[in-house]
Write a protein that binds this ligand. Structure first.
Ligand SMILES: C[S@@+](CC[C@H](N)C(=O)[O-])C[C@H]1O[C@@H](n2cnc3c(N)ncnc32)[C@H](O)[C@@H]1O
Length: 319
């Protein structure tokens, strides 16, 4: 990225202004004015969130990335889509409240669709259950996008097809057993399909019971092979099915209260069966310290966190 020539303190002042308590329309106007300088400025404070979030999403979405439709919420100038594109994703829709930021994003020619939209409790201008992945980076914080957007992120995400939930439910006891023994999945859904030729029928699994011994007899496998088969069923159901929601938040002191509210809402949605946590990744070097309140003795950087959830085929979230 080009060096904008601004010093660290100048950029800190701009970021402080971006986080200032003001009305939403003032905030979006601020982003409108900042749009053409935004990327150069945030590179001065080594803002890594889009890069780290894209790597995390790619790590849990290993198959057919090029055909996954991703909704980039609060897309800004398109940094997250750029990073996801480097990881092999290719289909993007974007939403943001700032026309200026969207204008910059449009020039990247990465998005098939970009819409100006306020983000909050109101419906997003998107169909339900449309997206393979929804990502929101750098916008879940006080004065930006409120926590009340979460049910909307869920609504527009594809659910895990019901049959895959059932597979997992049936196989879960076996899976746990092997997790305890330290055996982890070593196949992907793709190799499973190649080697076994498709998921086993539900009736077959039911008949086979929930233990590895009966599965090995049923398929004429050694116990070791049967262990792999069971683990493959699990990863088949979980590698390529159901939409993912990837969210980020700063973990620095000024954002801790917002982050606690965010996590409470995430847990509440999980307890209701709407989604399931796939990954929580703490990152030490999210970006450089930008305000006095973020300064700690340990580091010049503030930490951040990436959360990924998989939407389940639970009761409708439309309400
Ligand atoms: C810090 S930028 C992050 C942009 C991009 N995701 C990135 O990581 O570079 C925050 C973006 O969220 C948008 N935004 C913040 N609050 C919003 C709201 N309530 N409704 C719509 N857009 C909002 C701003 O216009 C801005 O583009």
């Amino acid at each position: 990225m080009a060096d904008c020539g601004k010093g660290l303190q100048q950029v800190r002042d701009i970021i402080a202004a971006a986080r200032k308590d003001c009305s939403l329309s003032e905030k979006l106007q601020f982003y409108d004015n900042w749009a053409t300088q935004y990327e150069e400025d945030v590179s001065v404070v080594e803002y890594k969130a889009p890069h780290l979030a894209a790597l995390a999403l790619a790590s849990v979405c290993q198959l057919n990335r090029e055909s996954k439709l991703v909704l980039d919420v609060a897309c800004g100038t398109g940094r997250a889509a750029e990073e996801l594109h480097r990881c092999g994703f290719n289909l993007f829709h974007g939403l943001d409240g700032s026309a200026g930021m969207l204008e910059v994003a449009k020039k990247k020619e990465l998005y098939q669709e970009l819409k100006q939209s306020l983000l909050g409790p109101k419906q997003l201008p998107c169909d339900s259950e449309k997206y393979d992945a929804v990502i929101i980076v750098g916008a879940l914080s006080d004065g930006n996008v409120p926590v009340s957007v979460l049910p909307e992120l869920l609504r527009v995400t594809k659910p895990v097809p019901k049959v895959h939930n059932d597979f997992r439910w049936i196989l879960d006891p076996v899976w746990r057993l092997h997790e305890e023994e330290g055996i982890v999945s070593c196949y992907t859904g793709a190799t499973f399909l190649e080697e076994v030729g498709g998921p086993p029928k539900r009736s077959t699994i039911r008949k086979s019971g929930q233990n590895i011994h009966s599965i090995s007899i049923l398929y004429g496998l050694t116990l070791r092979e049967a262990q792999h088969l069971v683990l493959v069923w699990v990863s088949y159901g979980y590698t390529d099915y159901g939409g993912l929601v990837c969210m980020t938040a700063r973990s620095s002191i000024p954002n801790l209260q917002y982050k606690a509210e965010l996590e409470e809402e995430m847990s509440s949605l999980q307890n209701k069966g709407f989604w399931e946590q796939v990954l929580v990744q703490e990152e030490e070097h999210w970006m450089k310290v930008t305000s006095e309140r973020e300064i700690t003795q340990e580091s010049d950087y503030i930490p951040g966190v990436i959360y990924i959830y998989r939407k389940m085929s639970a009761p409708s979230i439309a309400s």
